[in-house]
Design a protein around this ligand. Structure first.
Ligand code: MD3
Ligand code: FE
Length: 203
């Protein structure tokens, strides 16, 4: 019985260690310009356990009052997001299979206690172009189900250097991160996990 949604492509170990290190350096430069912020759940204001920032022309943000949205400015500094590093655009053009270019790269930083609950990504106007996910640092247990909440789910590990391309039906699949496996990668000096998701937002 099929559980993995059609169109989900997991590419283990796509990035070698040198490219992972180069990407971490590029993300450090992004974070220096656009500091990690604490996202809040809409309405309740409950802080999420993952810290975030973005690069590209648009970034995904959320707070108690205004909820989930894309905007061109950092929610704390008010400055435009840093440009998307060329390495990420190259990666997108190698694996996404689309001519459209990504506008947003959401940077998620997980400490060992951080989690991400099951959700769909549907704040984009463009729900057809694939999403590209890049994992760096400690491994995680990733969970993905179908396009309806409450269906069967399947879990697998995402390791540093893995890519996931979410095309086709999988673009609207429920997914989340159940746990981080501490000390499973030496890539980040102080441990933790970084996930990058590249997205096309506007049609
Ligand atoms: C399946 N991030 O930022 S990446 C997110 O590991 C997010 O930080 C997780 O879910 C993380 O929204 C999961 C893999 C992923 C990303 C986007 C998807 C899976 C997806 C979009 C649709 C379906
Ligand atoms: Fe998501």
């Amino acid at each position: 019985m099929q559980v993995l949604p059609k169109g989900l492509r997991h590419i283990p170990g796509f990035l070698d260690r040198a490219r992972q290190e180069a990407l971490v350096e590029a993300i450090r430069a992004v974070v220096a310009e656009a500091p990690l912020f604490v996202p809040e759940m809409p309405r309740t204001g409950k802080p999420m356990s993952v810290r975030m920032t973005n690069c590209g022309t648009l970034g995904w943000v959320t707070d108690k009052v205004r909820g989930y949205r894309y905007q061109a400015e950092h929610p704390v500094t008010g400055r435009p997001w840093p440009a998307m590093p060329a390495m990420l655009l190259d990666l997108w053009n190698t694996v996404s299979g689309t001519e459209k270019q990504p506008e947003a790269c959401l940077v998620n930083f997980y400490t060992e206690e951080a989690r991400m609950g099951l959700h769909q990504d549907r704040d984009e106007e463009d729900l057809e172009t694939p999403v590209l996910s890049v994992s760096l640092g400690d491994a995680c247990l990733f969970r993905v189900g179908g396009t309806a909440r409450g269906g069967r789910t399947q879990s697998f590990r995402l390791e540093s250097g893995d890519l996931v391309v979410l095309g086709g039906e999988s673009r609207l699949a429920f997914h989340g991160v159940d746990r981080i496996y501490p000390m499973t990668s030496g890539l980040l000096k102080n441990g933790g996990r970084i996930n990058l998701t590249l997205r096309r937002v506007r049609i």
